[in-house]
Structure formats: C-alpha cells, structure tokens
Design a protein around this ligand. Structure first.
Ligand code: HEC
Ligand code: HEC
Length: 303
C-alpha cells in the first residue's frame, strides 16, 4: 500500500471515530429550556397516548462509548490503520502459518508409522489412501481432474504410461520438486512445413496409424536425425528427460495432424509445479501413495 493510500485510509477511520463520538455527545445534550419528561414528539395515539422526546439513557450511551474504546484498542492491537502493523504484529499469513504448522504436526503424528516410508508401502494402508485422496482433491484435482484422469496438457495419472517414471521415489520427486518438460521448437531444423509434416506422419505411423509410406520414410530420416536424441531411436521416449513414448496410444497434447505439427513447430513446455513448499513431507507421501495406488490396482473408490 502506498503512503498516500495509507494516509487516506487512516484519515477516514479516524474521521469516522471522531464523528461517532461527536454524534453521541451531541444527541445526549439537553437543549436550553428542556425540562425532563416534559417535551413530547407531538405524536398522539388513541386520543391520549403521547411520546416523550428524551435523550437516550446514560447507561445506553455509555455502552456505545465502550464499543468505541474497544474499536480504538482493536486498531492499536491489530492492523487496520493503513500500513500500521498493530502492536501484536498479527498477520493473516502468520496466522495461517501457525495453523498449518499445527495441522501438519497433527497429520505427521497420526501417520508417524509412515515417516520416510516409500509410497508403495504406504499405499497398502486404506486410511492413508483416503487421506491421500483428500489431499489430491484439494491440491491436484484442478489440473489432473478429480478422477486423476487429466485433460489435454495435464497427464492422466491412472494409466501405466509415465512421462517421468513411476518408481515410488520418482513420483515423490515429481510432486516435491516439480517437473519441467522441454520439447524445443523445431521448425528450424525441420526446414519447412513439408519437413514438419513428414516427421509428424512418421510419428503417427509409430503408434500404428495408417499413413503414406513414402512421407513416413522421409519423416523417419528427420526423426532419426533430431527427435531420436530425446524420444529414442524406437520412439519409446526417455523418462529421464520427460520425453514421452510416441509409440503408444496415450497423448498429452493429442495425435491429430495439426496438433502434432504445432508441437514440432512451437515446442511444448509442460510444467508440473513443485509442491515441496506447499505440502508437508507427510502430505506429499500420502498423496504420492494415493497416486501410486491409482495405477497399481489399489484404487479405492470412496465417492
Ligand atoms: C498447475 C497444474 C498442476 C497441479 C496443481 C499439479 N500438477 Fe501434476 N502435472 C501437471 C502437468 C502440466 C504435468 C505434466 C508435465 C509435463 O509436461 O511433463 C504434471 C505431471 C505430474 C506427474 C508426472 C506424470 C508422469 O507421467 O510422469 C505426476 C505424478 C503429478 N503431476 C502428480 C501431481 C500431484 C500428486 C499433484 C498435487 C499434489 C499435482 N500433480 C498437481 C500439472 C499440475
Ligand atoms: C530436447 C529433447 C526433445 C527433442 C529433440 C524432441 N522432443 Fe518431442 N518432446 C520432448 C519432451 C520433453 C516432450 C514433453 C513435452 C511436455 O510434456 O510438455 C515432448 C513431446 C512431444 C510430443 C507430444 C506428445 C504427446 O503426448 O502429446 C510429440 C508429438 C513430440 N514430442 C514429437 C517430437 C518430434 C517429432 C521431434 C523431432 C522433430 C521431437 N519431438 C524432438 C522432448 C524432445
């Protein structure tokens, strides 16, 4: 918040408090010549019922003064006056950190027996999977889908096709440290749109699609020269680089002709964000166990 905004807010807060005090004080005054219980509002009901026009009772007004004093105390103790941090130094972030730490410790305690255990071992425990699923829904489902089947650009985690390896340790590393895929833009090395088309036709042939054999033969030369470095001579990919297997029927971005041409022309940089700073070690292991279970026949269906 800039100094000007801060001053503006402080001015309005203070102005409002002063205005409240003044209003209370002013309405509590008796005007000259007022005599107690004599003045009425002038309304008459049922012929003889009239209404006194008296100031509020003292105790009632004092209650208002007490709320104002409470408000001032609150503004001294908590942040509220522009950029003034308050004597307690309270912040919502700090409060969140304290509560998160307590929740993390509680979780770590209830799953203490899984401390540093591999996720395939943890995955044998039904309670761990239920908690892992909950963590997944809260942290991963927005990208991978609540059924973990993914969407275009977001991998399906329930099948046996893995871009970055599914060894228990590698899944943990994926979740904790994230992954950055780097498929470079290769329009240059493919020389022309025709060159891109040839190599794409060849890639389509790898997964068994019917293609023009002569185009594919030209594409294979290009593939062997450039693509094989990452995707392997047989096109089966390289999990160390996150280069996907191009010979199966699982596609992250799609195997339509135009989609693949775009992949080759512009490259792809899928990013799995690191969760090490967001989730505790216990949470990462539990969600990892849940993910592992999805492709290992332990998929528990609670909902
Ligand atoms: C902001 C979106 C996003 C969120 C949130 C996210 N992921 Fe991912 N995740 C991705 C993308 C994109 C990839 C693919 C990266 C690539 O192209 O290599 C990925 C890849 C993965 C992989 C590797 C799959 C493979 O085939 O090797 C795993 C495992 C994974 N995510 C698990 C998780 C878990 C568990 C969570 C929650 C703790 C999570 N992800 C949260 C976007 C996300
Ligand atoms: C430097 C390594 C590298 C090279 C060279 C490379 N790729 Fe890739 N490729 C990758 C990576 C990594 C991905 C995953 C991108 C992602 O997840 O965002 C990928 C993804 C793809 C995909 C998307 C697959 C899907 O599931 O949707 C296709 C198609 C592809 N590459 C084809 C090619 C072709 C054809 C060539 C040669 C012209 C090539 N690649 C060269 C690393 C490479």
């Amino acid at each position: 918040m800039t100094f000007a905004w801060s001053t503006y807010i402080i001015f309005f807060v203070v102005f409002n408090i002063v205005a409240c005090v003044w209003l209370l004080w002013w309405t509590a005054q008796r005007k000259k010549g007022d005599t107690l219980d004599k003045q009425t509002t002038g309304h008459v009901w049922d012929g003889d019922l009239t209404e006194y026009n008296n100031p509020l009772p003292r105790w009632w007004i004092n209650l208002f003064y007490i709320t104002i004093i409470f408000g001032i105390g609150y503004l001294i103790w908590y942040p509220g006056l522009g950029t003034f941090k308050g004597e307690s130094n309270w912040t919502s972030r700090g409060q969140h950190d304290i509560e998160k730490k307590a929740a993390d410790e509680k979780l770590a305690k209830s799953f203490a027996k899984f401390h540093n255990q591999p996720i395939d071992v943890i995955a044998q425990d039904a309670k761990a999977l239920t908690t892992g699923r909950r963590i997944f829904i809260n942290n991963c489902a927005m990208c991978h889908g609540s059924d973990a089947r993914g969407a275009r650009g977001f991998p399906n985690l329930t099948n046996s096709d893995w871009q970055w390896s599914n060894s228990p340790d590698d899944i943990l590393a994926t979740i904790r440290d994230g992954r950055q895929a780097a498929m470079p833009a290769l329009a240059g090395p493919m020389e022309s749109e025709a060159g891109i088309s040839q190599v794409v036709v060849y890639v389509q042939s790898l997964s068994g699609m019917q293609v023009d054999p002569s185009l594919a033969a030209d594409g294979k030369k290009r593939f062997d020269g450039i693509c094989a470095a990452c995707h392997g001579a047989d096109g089966k990919g390289n999990q160390a680089l996150g280069a996907p297997n191009l010979t199966d029927d699982v596609w992250l971005y799609g195997n339509e002709f135009e989609t693949m041409k775009q992949t080759v022309r512009e490259g792809r940089n899928g990013q799995m964000p690191a969760h090490g700073a967001i989730l505790s070690d216990t949470q990462i292991r539990l969600v990892g166990a849940y993910v592992w279970s999805l492709s290992h026949g332990k998929n528990e269906k609670t909902e």
